[in-house]
Design a protein around this ligand. Structure first.
Ligand SMILES: [Zn+2]
Length: 302
């Protein structure tokens, strides 16, 4: 049972909406791409966790404050056997583990070691459990979710879960027969309650409407959409077909997110969508989903 869903913070939603329309303008592109990739990896892991058949409670993307320090957990699963913390990494390519350091094989560039991060998270979480006077067994894993990830000289350690080990790990969880009791549910509710929502840890770069790309983008993978035929638009990257009124609605949502101070007008959205739809189609979508305010030329939607 999922107790807490993974959600994008408004801040991150804004960054994503901005990033796909302003690649060159954005000095933070690297960090955004990194965040986006991380988020997609977490969603991939969520899809696997959702298939679990055992009695369990799942909390995604928890942000906790323990003794003045922030503790961020990608996925937390509570079963009758205890609590498991998962740190999900969507690294892609060849890496090498040497002297407790994680390096990119080709460049020898060191990246932050997820083991250190996991140890920190585990220690903080243990403190929190002590504070709350609960004593479930605690385990923690780093999940490398990307099939195209290789780690040379990886230590044989329980905390690493490589793509080839995932199905076995899930099977082990599914073999847990015992049901959860009240104390597990109470603990899960308490964690959800302690979660700090919407921490703004990235500042938005400056942007204005004129400089942004006026195109249509996929809501799922953020790639640019192509018109297929009739009312159907296609995303080549995630291979989805989207009907035009949904495409328009998605672009409107991005517009509202980025320009909450601007009025929603047919002409504005017509330009925002790269003039790919008729003004009539845009008016229909706007009038079905928003309320018309004002009269004739000065009218807008809210
Ligand atoms: Zn897509």
């Amino acid at each position: 049972m999922i107790i807490k869903e993974r959600e994008l913070s408004t801040q991150l939603k804004k960054l994503f909406a901005l990033d796909k329309r302003s690649k060159l303008l954005n000095p933070q592109t690297n960090s955004i791409e990194y965040r986006m990739k991380g988020y997609k990896g977490e969603c991939q892991f969520d899809a696997l966790i959702r298939t679990l058949k055992c009695d369990c409670l799942v909390l995604n993307d928890l942000m906790l404050r323990v003794n003045g320090q922030t503790c961020q957990i990608d996925t937390l699963v509570i079963t009758s056997k205890g609590v498991t913390i998962y740190e999900v990494k969507n690294y892609e390519g060849q890496f090498v583990y040497t002297e407790e350091k994680l390096k990119i094989l080709t460049t020898n560039k060191e990246i932050s070691n997820p083991v250190h991060q996991l140890n920190r998270t585990t220690n903080l979480f243990r403190q929190l459990m002590q504070e709350q006077k609960v004593s479930f067994p605690l385990s923690a894993h780093i999940v490398f979710i990307n099939n195209r990830f290789t780690l040379f000289q990886a230590p044989i350690a329980e905390y690493f879960i490589f793509p080839t080990m995932l199905s076995h790990h899930l099977m082990k969880l599914n073999n847990i027969q015992k049901s959860l009791n009240q104390s597990h549910h109470r603990f899960a509710d308490m964690l959800k309650h302690l979660h700090i929502a919407d921490v703004n840890y990235t500042s938005l770069p400056d942007y204005n409407l004129e400089d942004l790309k006026k195109r249509n983008f996929c809501k799922v993978c953020m790639s640019e959409l192509e018109h297929s035929h009739g009312r159907i638009w296609k995303c080549r990257d995630c291979n989805t077909d989207i009907v035009s009124h949904k495409v328009i609605l998605d672009q409107i949502e991005d517009f509202r997110l980025l320009f909450s101070d601007k009025k929603l007008k047919t002409g504005t959205i017509y330009d925002w969508c790269g003039k790919a739809f008729s003004k009539k189609s845009i008016r229909i979508v706007l009038s079905k989903n928003y309320e018309l305010k004002g009269q004739s030329k000065a009218s807008y939607y809210e």
